[in-house]
Design a protein around this ligand. Structure first.
Ligand SMILES: Cc1cc2nc3c(=O)[nH]c(=O)nc-3n(C[C@H](O)[C@H](O)[C@H](O)COP(=O)(O)OP(=O)(O)OC[C@H]3O[C@@H](n4cnc5c(N)ncnc54)[C@H](O)[C@@H]3O)c2cc1C
Length: 309
């Protein structure tokens, strides 16, 4: 929408359905301009029709499979199984996929006390509340430590007996010494439900060693059970960090710069290829930030085009 409304000839390539993760959210409550929230599907459908009005052409069902970078300022070639697209600039926003918990009653409460990968930004809303974090990796540990600065109690729920196989020792130590954090090993989340305000109110756990259920009153359930950046299709010239998130701007090592300055803020190691949203290393993992970065990328595209012959 931002690219075509700023006069750029724009093609959007989507492997699946328009909307991405936002389209999967039953209610987005923190997007500017919607004080009562809006369903992710409605928000993304509106965005799509707005983009079409400005002239964006959409191709859905075609995963991008690669980019052959242009040389000497020539266009980049974006590959799909349905054919190639030549483009002076490419903005990569292929996001992440989160492993789902698979408990239907809790999936319905996503955005209403149940959060995938958003523990950092919801923490300030949880002062004095009880919270469960599901996951045993470093991102779950960091989320628990951060949440414990606000919440009254944070319980980490993991299927394994303890955290030793999956979390760094420094985080395990920090968790052990934090009186607000407990770890429930050999345990899984099996059910949950809302209170009168339609917000998560309780979660049912099952202790795998005894089969015993346990019901806990909680205000938030943060699910950190694995996020996979969708960057495997990119060529090696587009540098990524260890986990696969795309490096941009000053985060790129000096060897990857073209000239004596770092690339522009959202620019990757390939000139004219930009990254926005969740796929970008260091991004905030919110709808508003992904959208804002998309808008910012457009001015960088214009600057890049102005520098070409
Ligand atoms: C259930 C859920 C609820 C959420 N609720 C909120 C909320 O309330 N508020 C909030 O601010 N944030 C929320 N988030 C986070 C928010 O949705 C994301 O931060 C945001 O959608 C990121 O947008 P994005 O465009 O970077 O990536 P994505 O939304 O991940 O979109 C990436 C798109 O790229 C497509 N794609 C992937 N690979 C390829 C390929 N090779 N070729 C072509 N297309 C490809 C995918 O199909 C997808 O449509 C939620 C996330 C989830 C999962």
């Amino acid at each position: 929408m931002y690219a075509s409304s700023e006069g750029l000839s724009t093609v959007a390539i989507e492997s699946d359905a328009i909307g991405g993760q936002a389209g999967a959210s039953s209610m987005i409550r923190n997007y500017l301009g919607f004080p009562r929230g809006i369903s992710g599907m409605r928000l993304t459908q509106r965005a799509r029709s707005q983009a079409i009005r400005f002239g964006t052409r959409f191709f859905t069902g075609w995963p991008a499979t690669g980019i052959t970078a242009g040389t000497d300022g020539g266009p980049h070639r974006l590959h799909t199984d349905g054919g190639d697209v030549l483009a002076r600039c490419v903005v990569v926003g292929t996001g992440v996929t989160y492993r789902r918990l698979g408990v239907a009653s809790l999936e319905e409460l996503v955005g209403n006390g149940v959060h995938y990968g958003a523990a950092m930004s919801v923490a300030p809303e949880l002062v004095g509340q009880d919270v469960i974090v599901v996951g045993g990796g470093n991102s779950a540990g960091q989320a628990a430590v951060h949440l414990a600065r606000y919440a009254r109690s944070v319980m980490i729920v993991i299927r394994r007996p303890d955290l030793t196989a999956t979390m760094s020792t420094y985080l395990i130590n920090e968790i052990e010494y934090n009186p607000r954090i407990t770890v429930c090993g050999d345990c899984e989340v099996v059910d949950g439900g809302a209170g009168e305000d339609a917000h998560l109110a309780w979660v049912e756990l099952r202790h795998l060693d005894t089969g015993e259920p346990e019901r806990r009153e909680v205000r938030a359930l943060c699910l950190l059970i694995g996020a996979e950046p969708q960057s495997g299709w990119l060529p090696s010239e587009v540098l990524r960090e260890d986990r696969g998130f795309i490096l941009t701007g000053r985060d790129l090592p000096a060897e990857a710069w073209h000239g004596d300055r770092p690339p522009a803020d959202l620019e990757t190691s390939v000139p004219g290829v930009f990254a926005n949203g969740d796929i970008r290393s260091g991004s905030m993992k919110r709808v508003a930030s992904a959208t804002g970065e998309g808008a910012t990328a457009v001015s960088l595209v214009h600057a890049h085009l102005a520098g070409l012959d």
